[in-house]
Design a protein around this ligand. Structure first.
Ligand code: NAD
Ligand code: 4PL
Length: 247
């Protein structure tokens, strides 16, 4: 769509489907080489093939440090990473009475700790190559709204915002920026296949601008944050939800 990411290498986690796939497609359309990473390796291959351009599929479990290290060893061979988009997460719909310790631990482990594991490896690689960099973390507007049936998820997404703020402080001296994006309800593959699909009417009532949130609404904003135009923005949380919440 532009050439503003030409020569850059990007990694998008959870890119086999949904918002991650749309982000990968947009960054590729902006000229970047894009690693389409997902725990669903077949899905990642299919997404990379569908997007075309300079995409490469990779199988990774963001909560497994060994798997993450192996992925970055591959990326290092082609010159290292410039742009990291932490998008992979589990999007649960679990009534409060069913939120037990196993569920809590699983959601924190993937959605928050997984984000840390990938960011640790990616930013070490950026620093070793003395390259400027971008970290873009996909949080959620549920952190502002306290959305029902997602208690562990809401906590993890708040953790992602806190982590982003600290990361910006730690990495500014290396010319690496870190920002979070908080989407509202988006009609992703995961949402379409879940009870969240029944919430669009209610959410649209709260939105200032009407319509159903689409993965591209998020991908276009991530493209901006990844670009040179966003060089003076760091530690911020950009809410992208048609005005459902104001924070
Ligand atoms: P989705 O369920 O459609 O896709 C998520 C992808 O992440 C899947 O392909 C899945 O295989 C992958 N994944 C899950 N665990 C993984 C792991 N351990 N390692 C690697 N990959 C893993 O989700 P989506 O709706 O497109 O959401 C994408 C991001 O946007 C998530 O961070 C989600 O929390 C956030 N978000 C979504 C919405 C929404 O309404 N859809 C709203 C706000 C925020
Ligand atoms: C408003 O992040 O932001 C449902 C499911 N509703 O995952 C989300 C809203 C969901 C959201 C989200």
């Amino acid at each position: 769509m532009t050439d503003r990411l030409a020569g850059k290498t990007a990694l998008v986690t959870g890119a086999a489907q949904g918002i991650g796939k749309a982000i990968a497609a947009r960054l590729a359309a902006d000229g970047a080489t894009v690693y389409v990473a997902d725990i669903n390796g077949e899905g990642a291959k299919a997404a990379a093939a569908a997007i075309g351009g300079k995409t490469k599929a990779v199988t990774v479990d963001i909560s497994d440090p060994k798997s993450v290290t192996a992925m970055f060893d591959e990326i290092k061979k082609v010159g290292g990473i410039d742009i990291l988009v932490n998008n992979a997460s589990i999007v649960p719909f679990v009534a409060w009475d069913d939120v037990d310790l196993d569920h809590w631990r699983k959601i924190i482990d993937v959605n928050l700790t997984g984000t840390f594991i990938v960011t640790r490896a990616a930013t070490d690689q950026m620093r070793a190559a003395a390259k400027p960099g971008r970290v873009i973390n996909i949080s959620s507007n549920t952190f502002f709204a306290g959305t029902p049936n997602m208690a562990a998820y809401v906590a993890a997404k708040g953790g992602v915002i806190g982590f982003t703020r600290a990361l910006a402080t730690e990495l500014g001296q290396y010319n690496i920026t870190a920002n979070a994006v908080t989407p509202g309800l988006i009609e992703s593959d995961g949402v379409k296949a879940s009870p969240h699909n029944g919430a669009f009417e209610f959410v649209e009532m709260l939105q200032a601008v009407k319509g159903k949130g689409q993965p591209e609404h998020i991908a276009d904003v991530v493209s901006f944050l990844a670009s040179e135009d966003a060089r003076w923005i760091t530690g911020q949380t950009l809410n992208v939800d048609a005005g459902m919440v104001r924070h």
